[in-house]
Design a protein around this ligand. Sequence first.
Ligand code: XUL
Ligand code: CO
Length: 444
Amino acid sequence: MAASASSPLSSDFFAGIKPVRYAGPKSSDPLTYRHYDAARVVGGRTMAEWLRPAVCWWHNFAWNGVDMFGAPTFERPWFGDTMDHARAKADAAFEMFRILGVPFFTFHDRDVVPEGADIAEFGRNLAAMTDHFAAKMQASGVKLLWGTANLFSHPRYMSGAATNPDPDVFAHAAAQVKNAIDATHRLDGANYVLWGGREGYETLLNTDLAREREQLGRFLTMAVEYKHRIGFKGAILVEPKPQEPSKHQYDYDVATVHGFLQSFGLEREVKVNIEVGHAVLAGHSFEHEVALAASLGILGSLDANRNDYQSGWDTDQFPNDAPELVPAFYHLIKAGGLGTGGLNFDSKVRRQSIDAEDLILGHVGGLDTCAKALLSAHALIEDGAYDSFLAHRYAGWDDPKAKAMLAKGATLEGIAARVAAERIDPKPRSGKQEWLENLFNRFS
Ligand code: XUL
Ligand code: CO
């Protein structure tokens, strides 16, 4: 079949790099996993089942090392704008998935194929690449965690996609998302992601907030309706991010997205894809965003990339601090895992990391960091002291009189009368923060 044939441009880019295997915490070989042991059972599930790790197309195969002051630093044989280049890129990507032993990948539409002259050619290119992927996925067993449409790079989207003042841009974005959902569906993707980098504003002076909110709500509703119409079983995910590239983005954080979803009756249809670095940009911790999403029933998937705390940018670095991730993994385990979601490495190697090996090392370290945090969080839960602390702290609410205050029919005056009759006079109790911090450190 022509679609699955390798490209004449395919290369031996990763030549000499052997598949990465688990070698245990004592291993000093940088190309081995020290904590990520895919088949190891932890709390009734394998590590691979808990983490569902994925590698992204964007930063690994499309990013060329450019920054605002400097030219591209990466030389990759698949850089170019033809379908032969796109197939060579796919060959390199699936070779990398094989080396890393990861079960999933993720992609943006324009990163896997050239956009061509118009949306029709873009659609044909994507459909052809979908066939190519299907054959490679079948041969390798690697699955699609999510697909998405890039509605932010092309100049037509500079003033937004769904929230653009020009209805023709809205229409173009709708056509692009339809094609990307079709490709994701055809590849049996576990989720479809929407991220609104340009859905926001540079200045309020030229922005009609009410209109743009309605447009975005309508757009998302149509994506959900389309998913049901074609029988796509994956979850629709929105990825919160407060700013960058826009000054303000409408999918600011988990709480904002939840309120938005409720306004349009979508809170049971759409979940969130939470990125570590985006949480920090929003002025939150990652665990705050994960815990909140879990408590609201909208925890969908994770992007593992972190920021640099000093620079204040979305630097998309590989995670490398396991203790910092333990609280988030605690909430992930307590939520029963990610369902259809996974742990996507939307991370990129630094501009000076120009070797093929650097791409592998980044993922090995990132996956190991998350695996270590998973093990620590699981050990903390097994220990039980933390959960019993929490249960004890709220135990007063098990009392029938306490429960009655929250039930329908309870009134302020009724509660006031009981306070007077029983002479209720609560005494302060320690919140035990230092005890808790020390406990978490024991398991980090
Ligand atoms: C942007 C970002 C995107 C989304 C999907 O900051 O993280 O890759 O994950 O468009
Ligand atoms: Co991301």
